[in-house]
Design a protein around this ligand. Structure first.
Ligand code: FEO
Ligand code: CA
Ligand code: CA
Ligand code: CA
Length: 668
């Protein structure tokens, strides 16, 4: 089979129309088959999934809300073979839950029955699942010895500069060197040495602390907790802490409850052990899982490596997905050695490149340039920060958001995935949307604040509703560069919105999208795959996936957007809009079923199979409506013939494998 990189310059498929159907729609000549859905058994002994709320044992089943995903090739004998197109491991995140469908009659009120928490907790985390191709048909291997679940209770190591830090000392690990599990795993990464990276995103919301906890603490941890979204008294997402005194439940209450050595008789530091990029060796169940603290603690999405250059440091690009949060990069101290493409010990390679380095945050300038600012305790702005007294470099990494505040980084419109173009090395970031963006806080890199979807109103409204895709080019193409240039690859918009103020990339009806989120470059075709997680345009279309052939930073034009401020005066914001797409360089490729998000993208090395995740179809359901299938918004994939329940099935998050009839690379 043809393999290797051969870039595509003109898209070769018929664009898919916007769709409200409860189905996965792909272009003529393609098929999308469901291969792995919520609840699918991962051992020979695990019963088939009934999908009626009576299933348990999620430690041995696919978790919920499939998200970011990577493909790891396997040889016929079961060894690592990165180039394998017929057999591999899909490793994917299970970000969150449509919790009502895990139970017979929906999710219960507080206190939560332990039996319900015992289903919900392990339905989070990560799956490793073997997949095989037979003819042109993919399926997962139920009894593969590689199959594995990693959950919020799986032991992990804390690795890197914050390992053993005072702020990491917990009841579980008094030395501050370990933690229990991973949660709300969203974007992913594929390391050059063949391991999987998973980003912990909205972890903070799973925890609660008492209404008087600030006073009980009376130290700088209050500033940290508030900055990371855990104000005292805020409820936890699922109420697991109310299920009992066992550590597996009690740990979700992070209030200061104990009295002796700090953090060792209560859970007050528990939150500091979440919020990292986590490295997993998918080929080796015995290898420890490591949270790479050097890459900082925030609401992580993907982790994308810059181009590999022998003898130069590695760069890892990352985003913090919350309104007004930042773009980061990590630069390794170690220089790249191509022998590490296939090392004897993958986690040792991770230790080498990811545990020692420097973390930077981005500042975007109005002239199309920007700077990377190092987050170092040696920086006077950090060491002398009035709002929070950092103790050491570990504290800077654990509280990276506060350190980035101290140095005046640029507040972005929710950085979701980032991805690096395989030949240019330019770095692309989806900025999904930002309801908090106002005219008063506009800047060149976040220049849009109209909530008027059709362009009928001339009154500026709060919010970047449709999002945009930013891209950056490092100075000299160097991973360790301290400056870059940038522009906007695409602005999301409805095709019929005002071209001068909203549809700034002149998207047509075959190209229009809103709220870009998943972003991934094919290592075969170089195509840019864009996935959406939208609420603004879902009256016209379900969420989707598009393929793009992007140009380069600086190929477009500087454009001035005029706004009327609250006081009636005019504000001009100049931005840089990349070359507008043509019908050959941007097309809608897939539309998903009702009430879903499309996220997670991986391919076989020959570019002939694309895997994508359909997350939470029909998630909008109340407990009261669980008993009535007529009230479900989606029945996918049961209505596509997958699993029990058929056309009245409860909806399930699932992975699809997309192939071209008769073979050929996807998108060509
Ligand atoms: Fe889980 Fe920001 O998406
Ligand atoms: Ca996302
Ligand atoms: Ca999103
Ligand atoms: Ca989602």
């Amino acid at each position: 089979t043809a393999q290797g990189f051969s870039p595509v310059t003109t898209l070769g498929f018929t664009p898919v129309a916007k769709s409200l159907a409860d189905a996965v729609v792909v272009p003529a000549g393609y098929t999308a088959s469901v291969i792995y859905a919520l609840g699918d058994p991962l051992t020979a002994a695990t019963p088939a999934f009934r999908n009626d709320g009576t299933d348990a044992d999620y430690d041995n089943r696919a978790g919920d809300h499939h998200d970011g995903m990577e493909y790891f090739g396997l040889s016929a004998s079961g060894a690592r073979e990165a180039g394998s197109n017929e057999r591999g491991l899909l490793v994917m995140n299970h970000e969150a839950l449509t919790d009502h469908f895990l139970h017979v009659s929906g999710s219960s009120a507080r206190p939560r029955p332990a039996a319900e928490s015992d289903k919900e907790i392990p339905a989070h985390g990560v799956s490793v699942v073997e997949v095989r191709k037979n003819g042109s048909t993919w399926s997962y291997v139920q009894d593969s010895s590689f199959n594995r679940r990693i959950t919020p209770l799986t032991p992990v190591e804390l690795s890197g500069p914050a390992r053993g830090n005072t702020l990491m000392r917990t009841r579980y690990s008094p030395a501050g060197t370990g933690g229990r599990g991973t949660i709300n795993n969203c974007g992913t990464g594929y390391t050059p040495w063949g391991s999987f990276l998973t980003g912990e995103e909205n972890w903070a919301g799973y925890f609660t602390r008492g209404a008087a906890d600030d006073a009980a603490r009376a130290d700088r941890s209050v500033v940290s907790l508030q900055r990371y979204g855990r104000t005292q008294g805020a409820a936890s997402r699922h109420g697991w802490e109310s299920s009992g005194a066992d550590d597996s439940y009690a740990r979700w209450n992070i209030g200061k409850l104990g009295s002796s050595a700090y953090g060792t008789d209560d859970y007050r530091n528990e939150l500091n052990t979440f919020g990292y990029i986590v490295e997993i060796d998918p080929y080796d169940k015995s290898a420890s899982i490591r949270k790479r603290t050097g890459l900082g603690r925030f609401a992580h999405e993907s982790a994308s490596f810059g181009r590999l250059v022998a003898g130069k440091p590695l760069a890892v690009y990352m985003g913090d997905d919350s309104r007004g949060e930042y773009i980061y990069k990590f630069v390794s101290n170690a220089n790249w050695d191509a022998a590490d493409l296939n090392p004897a010990n993958r986690m040792a390679a991770g230790d080498k490149y990811l545990d020692n380095g420097r973390l930077y945050v981005a500042r975007f300038n109005a002239d199309g340039t920007g700077e990377w600012i190092e987050l170092s305790i040696a920086n006077a702005a950090i060491a002398g920060y009035a709002a929070y007294a950092f103790a050491d470099q570990g504290d800077v990494l654990i509280n990276a958001r506060l350190a980035a505040d101290a140095v005046g980084a640029t507040r972005m419109d929710r950085p979701e995935w980032c991805a690096v173009h395989p030949t240019s090395g330019e770095i692309y970031y989806t900025l999904t949307n930002n309801s908090s963006r106002t005219v008063a806080t506009l800047d060149a890199a976040n220049p849009r604040a109209y909530s008027d979807l059709k362009g009928a109103s001339t009154t500026p409204q709060s919010g970047n509703v449709n999002g945009h895709i930013l891209r950056m080019a490092e100075a000299g193409g160097e991973a360790a560069a301290s400056s870059f240039t940038w522009d906007v690859y695409l602005f999301g918009a409805q095709f019929d919105a005002d071209a001068a103020r909203v549809n700034l990339s002149a998207l047509t009806a075959d190209q229009d999208f809103s709220s870009p989120d998943g972003l991934w470059f094919s290592r075969s075709t170089g195509l840019c795959w864009i996935q959406t997680d939208d609420g603004a345009y879902t009256d016209a279309t379900n969420c989707m996936m598009l393929a793009g052939v992007p140009g380069n930073v600086g190929d477009g034009v500087k454009t001035t957007l005029s706004y009327t401020k609250a006081d009636g005066t005019t504000l001009d914001v100049a931005t840089y809009i990349g070359k507008k797409p043509s019908a050959d360089t941007l097309r809608r490729f897939l539309v998903g079923p009702v009430d879903c998000e499309i996220t997670g993208c991986a391919e076989t090395p020959d570019g002939q199979t694309l895997f994508a995740n359909i997350q939470h179809p029909g998630e909008t359901i109340s407990a009261a409506n669980v008993a009535d299938p007529g009230k479900y918004l989606s029945h996918w994939p049961g209505n596509a013939g997958y699993g029990a329940g058929g056309a009245t099935a409860r909806p399930r998050s699932a992975t699809v494998a997309i192939v071209k009839t008769g073979g050929g690379r996807i998108g060509t």
